[in-house]
Design a protein around this ligand. Structure first.
Ligand code: ZN
Length: 156
């Protein structure tokens, strides 16, 4: 990766890590789950409010952890607001490929929201650091657990 690009990516991660978006509880959430990454000590709770059409009206998180885990959760909440649950699952799958595979298959995620996939690329650097993959994907695993009515998820 070009140094310049790496620097830009780091800036985005640090910005979200320091000023996480949607860092709050949703009082009338209809889905929530708690996620824990014991490898790094990241913990978070994801809240979702979906409507009868399966649209995510609001999504937020509270928690603490390293800059990557907080940045990933922050970006996830920004990206998923207004999406359907099915779109959220497709983006999760794409993001997981992005974080774990050298030649990720992103066709479906791009078809869902190309701009979101572009933004998520800033976290793809974790691919080189397996421990960091868990930090980056914790929020998304927790979201998935919340949508499937699981209360607890751990990266172990
Ligand atoms: Zn972490």
């Amino acid at each position: 990766m070009l140094d310049e690009l790496r620097e830009l990516y780091q800036e985005v991660i640090l910005d979200h890590g320091k000023n996480p978006r949607n860092l709050r509880r949703i009082e009338d959430a209809n889905h929530s789950a708690h996620g824990h990454n014991p490898m790094c000590g990241d913990t978070l709770t994801v809240y979702l409010k979906t409507n009868g059409q399966g649209i995510i009206e609001d999504v937020s998180f509270i928690g603490k952890g390293c800059a990557i885990s907080m940045a990933s959760a922050s970006m996830m909440t920004e990206i998923l607001k207004g999406k359907t649950v099915a779109e959220a699952e497709t983006l999760f799958e794409g993001f997981h490929h992005l974080c774990t595979e050298d030649e990720p298959d992103l066709a479906q995620a791009i078809a869902t929201d190309e701009d979101a996939v572009d933004r998520l690329q800033v976290l793809s650097g974790v691919r080189e650091f397996p421990v960091r993959v868990k930090c980056a994907t914790l929020a998304w695993h927790t979201l998935d657990a919340a949508l499937h009515e699981k209360e607890e998820v751990t990266t172990e």
